[in-house]
Write a protein that binds this ligand. Structure first.
Ligand code: AMP
Length: 282
């Protein structure tokens, strides 16, 4: 595995690989790697000749009162995990490398962001598509790998790729969980012991809700049931509980289409998200 820190070197390197007809798989991350990231790298290495993983904590996707400063980082450990799980090139740019000047062109997402994290974190997805556009241009991947855990991100990136004709195929990988059901997340280290004991309830509530949906409960019954379960928790508070069509993220009044049940929950130093997607129930 080689580590590249500059755009210029990355572009030169990728140009050479592309000329040799090699397929490029890309795994964008913010580092502090865990098994969720590993599942993307492994899948990419099964399907592509070269795997590029990027580690960049993108300041543009954090709001002013969010956790940019306490976002966990450990580049030594990340290098080892990336190397052992199929990454060929680790792209590790600085902020100056990614945002070298006051750019006069901005990307703004206008679809699929009125709800969920788009609503709760204004500007977040503008930051996500901006950095991904830069990374796609630098790396020129054939396939890009994303986790279903960030389902709204997948929906937004799907629209970005189609809107701007990026010649990249979006591959979505299932959410990797702890044994107790908690979705793996870099932010889990910011949970205290008491919160850690409660956090698996998010997935438990989602599982119960999706079972109820499959057994014929209505959308509002399922939402209310989720709210009741989450409101009963001892610590933290609900940021949102929503049921929407997927990937369009529009309001639904029945389970007649693919539907996402999505939750965001705030603990003291970590805001966690999770979701379940259920196929159309007839
Ligand atoms: P992040 O470093 O949190 O920005 O995540 C980088 C990529 O890993 C995104 O595509 C995430 O959706 C994905 N990812 C994060 N956590 C998980 C997980 N538990 N299972 C699968 N993919 C994940």
């Amino acid at each position: 595995m080689i580590i590249i820190e500059t755009r210029k070197r990355m572009q030169e390197y990728m140009r050479e690989k592309k000329q040799n007809g090699l397929t490029i798989g890309f795994v964008p991350t913010m580092g502090f790697l865990h098994e969720g990231h590993v599942s993307l790298m492994r899948r990419a290495s099964q399907e592509c000749d070269i795997v590029v993983t990027s580690i960049f904590v993108n300041p543009l996707q954090f709001g002013p009162s969010e956790d940019l400063d306490r976002y966990p980082r450990d580049f030594e450990r990340d290098q080892k995990i990336a190397r052992e799980n199929g990454t060929d090139i680790l792209f590790y740019p600085s902020n100056e490398e990614m945002y070298p000047n006051d750019a006069g062109t901005k990307l703004v997402v206008t679809k699929r962001t009125e709800v969920l994290c788009g609503e709760k974190r204004p500007g977040h997805f503008d930051g996500v598509v901006t950095v991904l556009t830069k990374l796609f241009h630098i790396i020129q991947p054939d396939r890009a790998y994303f986790g279903q855990k960030d389902a709204q991100q997948v929906a937004v990136v799907d629209d970005l790729i189609r809107s701007y004709f990026f010649p990249v195929k979006l591959i979505t990988c299932p959410t990797v969980r702890e044994e107790d059901g908690l979705a793996k997340s870099s932010r889990n280290v910011n949970l205290n012991e008491k919160e850690k004991a409660i956090a698996p309830k998010l997935f438990e509530a989602l599982t119960i809700a999706s079972d109820k949906a499959k057994k014929g409960a209505t959308v509002s019954e399922v939402r209310q049931d989720m709210l009741d379960q989450m409101n009963g928790l001892e610590y933290g508070k609900i940021d949102y509980v929503e049921l929407l069509s997927y990937p369009e993220l529009e309001i639904v009044d029945s389970f007649g289409q693919k539907t996402i049940i999505a939750v965001a929950y705030r603990f003291e130093n970590a805001r966690l998200i999770d979701n379940i997607i259920i196929e159309a129930v007839r």
